[in-house]
Design a protein around this ligand. Sequence first.
Ligand code: FES
Ligand code: FE
Length: 417
Amino acid sequence: MLQKLPPSVSSLLDDRIDGHSLPAGLYTREDVFEADLDVFFRRHWICIGLECDVPEAGDAVVVDVGNSSLILLRDDDGGIRVVHNVCRHRGSRLLDAGPTIVSKLVCPYHQWTYELSGELSYAPHMGTDFDKSCKNLKPIAFKSIGGLIYVCLSDKPPQDIDRLEQVMAERLAPYDISNAKVAFQSDVIEQGNWKLTMENNRECYHCSANHPELCVSFVDLDFGFDPESLSPEDQETARQHQALYEERTRRWEADGYPSAAVEQLVDCATNFRTQRLIISGAGESQTADATAASAKLLGTMTRKDLGDMHLWGHNSWNHFMGDHAVVAIVIPLSAGRTLVRTKWLVHKDAAEGVDYDLEKLTNVWIATTEQDAELVARSHAGTLDPAYEPGPYSRFSETNLDKFANWYIERMRAHGY
Ligand code: FES
Ligand code: FE
């Protein structure tokens, strides 16, 4: 009897029904995962870290993305470098994953030694005719956008990162993220596909039932709702809230703080959305009582009433507030495992226990991240069940998921799948 072959990646893409979640195989199959790594994590710009991950000369951090290992470092001149963590002799890894401090990059295998610029300066026993200059560490294309480090592993990086750069450089300037301090970092491995992680982040349909801590400061209706599903009182609240948005956005912009929504979510390579969101309750910050966690504000900020500048990319989400910022970076580990790395940033001179309490700073997003990890794991488990079939996105609260799924299919197609 002939064995039935599994459908190709291309036919899974064909099977996508508009307005619906993806066919199961696009979330669960390892061959799709390999294609995703190639398309979305090698041939598009991805966020891998921050300038302030490496504040001093010699600071380095290794970030692994699929089979690639990247060293983000600060060189002797104070510049940022991103190089491949692959020795030019016989390929050994130079550094282990995680943060470290180095004066030079010395390969543990045969001690080839590289300057922090990536230049090969010492290669013993290679003969006097050996030309070291062609064996420098391979650089990786990168951009620091307001202190966020985006890299592209392709030799043809998409040009439309320019729009993200142009929009965010101005929006992020007063926060001076390049010179902030990483007060805390958490790594959570979600038991789910990276696209489920991103889908979950692009809607707040699930927020009121799952994120009691976040909902103190976050307005769950901000990403869409069906007015007919609301009680008359809630409809009135939603109307007032929309009016408040118009008024606040106008005032913030008049004060010189760009705030209106800017998005590039379809017909693009670089996928992003930003908007200055209103913080509810005390209105200052995403903490348990919505008041600022740090007495020292970020960068040159002088106000705590500038809301939450949110930014989505296809592997990151960010919230920039007056007193602190939360930056989350998503790196797929396998079809069913995804690293969510979250960093809490404060002013570089803010002292723990004096200017901020670490518990107050971190507890809302630690709880929210754990809750989201649980939701993503449940969702992924469901896609593995033969009973799963793609379900309809809410046309009110999940329009951004439909856009993400369309972008995903279009990008796969653009890269030959
Ligand atoms: Fe690095 Fe030989 S592999 S020095
Ligand atoms: Fe969530």
